[in-house]
Write a protein of this length. Structure first.
Length: 106
């Protein structure tokens, strides 16, 4: 797992110390009245070409460890919508669980 900010021994140089890893997406979300900062890397498109944009967004949040309810709140949709999208994601990617999803894409 990559930590941010890096330990001083891992820093390449002072001029690069303040830069986040390439591709990192930082997003502020509110879940159950609590402000959270979510750090994500976009889902690899070759592994998920058949996913819709909404499904890819759900995958990104699920890979960060958000529950179905938290994902629904962050996306502004019903919990049932996220559950339906997860079933579609599992079918399209040939997995049966969040754990398998994480192994395949995480």
């Amino acid at each position: 797992m990559r930590r941010w900010p890096p330990e001083p021994s891992e820093q390449v140089g002072d001029e690069l110390a303040h830069l986040p890893p390439p591709g990192l997406v930082v997003e502020a979300v509110e879940v159950d009245g609590e402000a959270l900062v979510v750090f994500t890397f976009p889902v690899e498109r070759e592994a998920s070409d058949s996913l819709t944009d909404a499904e890819a967004a759900v995958v990104e949040l699920v890979l960060q460890g958000l529950t179905t309810a938290q994902t629904a709140t962050a996306r502004g949709v019903a919990k049932a919508t996220v559950s339906s999208q997860l079933h579609s994601i599992y079918r399209k990617l040939g997995v049966a669980s969040r754990a398998e999803l994480a192994c395949k894409l995480g």
